[in-house]
Write a protein that binds this ligand. Structure first.
Ligand SMILES: [Zn+2]
Length: 264
């Protein structure tokens, strides 16, 4: 069976363990069903997620000209504190920015390789945590717009990490942390504007990933360079496929590539 399509981050379903779906235009693959099967991945071409052209992918699945033009790739996406829609101020497209920024956002703690702070739209909980490969996470504040979430994250970054170590996350070299205690410790550093939005009572969310074998020395697959790869799938964590030979393939980092996937 061969499937072909442009890579976008896998869709997920919060169950025990997480269900992963690779969604193509006319097909979808439940990756959990491919565990312990041999699969073949072939690079076909590029397809920018915005203009659809076969141009090299620059970042986030977009070609260079789209990346510097479309509202979906503006700086406030990665740096929420730069959001300005709450001031009625346009960056690239005010209508789009209002739609995305002026909705409930969550500042959270997630533990994937270490405890880190992050921001997401409320509608993306717990998807965002699953995408990061966090085995546990908790919400800190729920604010009405992206700007408030951004300035809260910036303030908390001085006291807790904000990056995931992907190798540690994939090796499952993790420890359990008491995120309720972490939250309490960080509470006093929440900026004045966001203090009233602290979520008073809260519990950890625990996430189980479908992994049969964790890699000892994960090595990242560059499918554009090698053109094709074949291996036995032994797990999925975050947005990574994990193979028997310690190869890992980051679907999210390869958005915008068209691939053909064959299952044996
Ligand atoms: Zn483009």
């Amino acid at each position: 069976m061969t499937y072909q399509g442009v890579l976008r981050k896998m869709e997920t379903e919060f169950s025990n363990p997480i269900q992963y779906y690779l969604v193509f235009e006319n097909d979808f693959i439940n990756m959990n069903q491919l565990l312990d099967k041999s699969i073949d991945i072939q690079f076909v071409k590029h397809q920018c997620l915005s203009c659809g052209l076969d141009k090299p992918i620059y970042r986030q699945g977009f070609c260079k000209s789209c990346f510097f033009d479309i509202p979906q790739a503006a700086d406030w996406i990665m740096r929420p504190e730069l959001s300005t829609a709450h001031l009625d101020k346009e960056d690239r497209d005010l209508e789009y920015e209002k739609k995305v920024q002026l909705q409930p956002h969550i500042v959270y703690l997630a533990n994937s390789s270490n405890v880190k702070v992050g921001v997401t739209r409320k509608s993306q909980v717990p998807t965002r945590w699953i995408d990061q490969g966090a085995h546990e996470a908790i919400e800190i504040v729920e604010v009405p717009n992206r700007y408030l979430a951004g300035i809260t994250e910036v303030a908390l970054k001085d006291h807790v990490g904000d990056k995931t170590n992907w190798r540690t996350m994939l090796k499952n070299d993790i420890k359990d942390e008491n995120l309720v205690e972490w939250r309490e410790r960080l509470k006093s550093y929440i900026p004045e504007e966001a203090k009233n939005y602290f979520i008073e009572s809260n519990t950890e969310t625990n996430i189980e990933f479908p992994v049969h074998k964790y890699p000892k020395k994960p090595k990242s697959l560059n499918i554009e360079k090698v053109q094709s790869y074949q291996g036995t799938l032994v797990g999925v964590k975050g947005q990574y496929l994990i193979f028997e030979d310690d190869t890992v393939f980051n679907i999210r980092a390869n958005e915008g590539l068209v691939v053909a996937i064959s299952v044996f």
